[in-house]
Design a protein around this ligand. Sequence first.
Ligand SMILES: [Zn+2]
Length: 367
Amino acid sequence: MTLIDTPAATAGYLARLPKTDLHCHLIGTVRASTFAELARREKLVLPDSAETIFRDINSLPPDPALYADTRIPVPMGRSADEPATSYSLFKASEWVVSVLQSAEDLTRITYEAFESAHRTSATRHLELFFDYLPPHLEKLGYRGAVEAYADGIRMAERDFGMTGRMIAGIDRSKSGEHAVHLVQQIVDNPHEYVVGIGLDNLETAGPPERFIDAYTLAGAAGLKRTAHSSEHAPIAANTITCLDALGCDRIDHGYFVLEDDAVVERVRADQTPFIVAFTTSRRSWRPWRQASIKAMVDAGLNVILSSDDPGMFPTTLAQEYEIASTSLQLDTSTLRSMSLAGVEASWLPEPEKILLRERFVREFDAL
Ligand SMILES: [Zn+2]
């Protein structure tokens, strides 16, 4: 047992602790420096430097009436760290997507996502969400894009000794038919690195029920399933719908499950993995997220930390572990268990999972 008695020693320990990152969006990992370089190349005129734009991303609070009676109060006013001028996550994502022009660009940002995770956070396994191709990249086709991502993963596996997989993100603000179309594309073009689907974007814009057909199709084809749930909508039952009607075996976020004791009891009994992140673009909500994650841990739920959009917010997975240590007062043995729970919840095939688990235990011993 290592003696860790100073904040700096704890931070160093947590930076070296081996980790999985199971909830991370490719576009949200793009570095400000890469975005700046590609924006120059594409002659995209930005209202500010790429660094400033990313630093000042701040989503506006939604309809306050939705959150009037939540058990953990959701702050609706501005918080002290909110920038005077801000950029929405969706606007920033749109700019980043617009400067991606080729398969090489997709390979580069994928490789850099792994490189950053490796360097900053000792991430050993990364599962990355990718989105629909925007119109200007449709020339690549689904297979071309997936091969471009896969090239980046293969290079990262070679250079950093990591493993990686891709998750197709379904935009819940679009129709159920659109989601079925996307899943059909994945089913018709099976790829070793594309192992599952997820559901993202604003939860209030697309209830999980809308995607039952798409998820049923994915499940029949052997794809794994997750969904962003109980994140923006203060509805614990959405998570039950994701588990029972969509067939999810893990949940991204899930803070509002705390609204319903019966739901908490169910997900505790099942040890459903909740892949959470402290650092969100909605700054005024950060204290609420911390309080919610603390309550989830205290309730005995299977909580696993992730980085979500580390390039844009910005954060690192190591920093998320540090917040858990400093703000939630979780000790290093709890954080080690959390990192091992990430191995269990990953979508690696069982033989690779066993190897990764053994590697984590070896690395814990050497810390
Ligand atoms: Zn997310």
